[in-house]
Design a protein around this ligand. Structure first.
Ligand SMILES: O=C(O)CCC(=O)C(=O)O
Ligand SMILES: [Fe+2]
Length: 209
């Protein structure tokens, strides 16, 4: 009786931080040597993390050349290079946990953290692979933690074919691995519904962008 009650209390009072990876990670093989790993509800204390990041991160608006025009990038950004101090200790904990779980398979640590703030359902990221760096030629991994409003991440093979949809919820982890950056593309489409804000944290190895 007593221990059952304690169990339920401890479950709801889960200490803030990443929960276990291990057996709770589900791997989905894709074509062409790509795969994704899914670990829903990975982050305990995601509410407070979201609020802290919203205020602590120096969010930047960017503008980019598109053909003959300069357009606003439809999300706010922040980038933490490998020597930069992350804006929240929970992001360090998450990085350490990812490194413990993936180091052997990845062969190197995750080092950088890119952050995106999707202010509402109109913010988005167009179809792309993370191919600015080594992801264009080598297998690698990009690990994404999602907090705040749920949004869909779409994936489609570059060789053609229909898109897969993964709904990323508050505190969820998705890892794109293998050849995913060069043989597949991903996007966060605008959401028709009036969505609240979402923050995505992307961990990448050195030289992957
Ligand atoms: O918001 C996300 O989860 C994806 C962001 C992304 O694809 C990128 O920044 O390269
Ligand atoms: Fe990306």
């Amino acid at each position: 009786m007593e221990s059952a009650l304690q169990g339920s209390i401890f479950d709801s009072w889960d200490e803030a931080g990443p929960r276990e990876l291990g057996q709770s990670v589900r791997r989905v093989p894709l074509t062409h040597g790509a795969w994704i790993d899914l670990r829903p509800n990975w982050i305990a204390g995601a509410d407070a993390l979201f609020e802290r990041l919203l205020t602590a991160v120096p969010w930047r608006a960017e503008r980019r050349h598109m053909y003959d025009r300069v357009v606003d990038v439809p999300r706010l950004l922040a980038f933490y290079d490998e020597d930069a101090e992350l804006p929240d200790p929970l992001l360090d904990q998450a990085k350490r946990a990812l490194n413990a779980h993936y180091a052997e398979e990845l062969g190197e640590p995750f080092r950088t953290a890119g952050l995106c703030l999707y202010r509402d359902g109109r913010d988005s990221v167009a179809w792309h692979g993370d191919t600015i760096g080594r992801g264009s030629t080598e297998d690698t991994m990009v690990a994404i933690v999602s907090v705040g409003a749920p949004r869909s991440l779409l994936l489609r093979p570059r060789s053609g074919g229909s898109a897969l949809r993964y709904d990323l919820g508050h505190g969820d982890l998705i890892v794109m691995g293998g050849s995913c950056q060069r043989t597949w593309e991903h996007s966060i489409p605008k959401s028709a519904k009036d969505s609240g804000p979402r923050i995505s944290i992307q961990y990448r190895p050195r030289g992957v962008r």
